[in-house]
Design a protein around this ligand. Structure first.
Ligand SMILES: [Zn+2]
Length: 69
């Protein structure tokens, strides 16, 4: 799912919005303005993969043992 980072041009607030629907209108959570600038987008799943994939438990160096997960 894409997460977009927005910058409100009205009140200068930055916030992230998980956009489920491309057509969904995004409003500033602080002032409700739709005058937003989209800064960049990333994918939540990609970010998680990076952490989860390289994660191992502290007692072994494998990624699958009894104490892993
Ligand atoms: Zn705002």
């Amino acid at each position: 799912m894409p997460i977009y980072e927005y910058f409100c041009l009205k009140c200068k607030k930055e916030f992230e919005e998980l956009v489920l629907n491309k057509e969904e209108e995004v409003k500033c959570p602080a002032c409700g303005s739709k005058n937003l600038e989209r800064k960049f987008s990333t994918f939540a799943t990609q970010g998680l993969e990076k952490n989860v994939g390289s994660k191992s438990c502290s007692s072994c160096h494998a990624t699958s043992c009894k104490t892993c997960r």
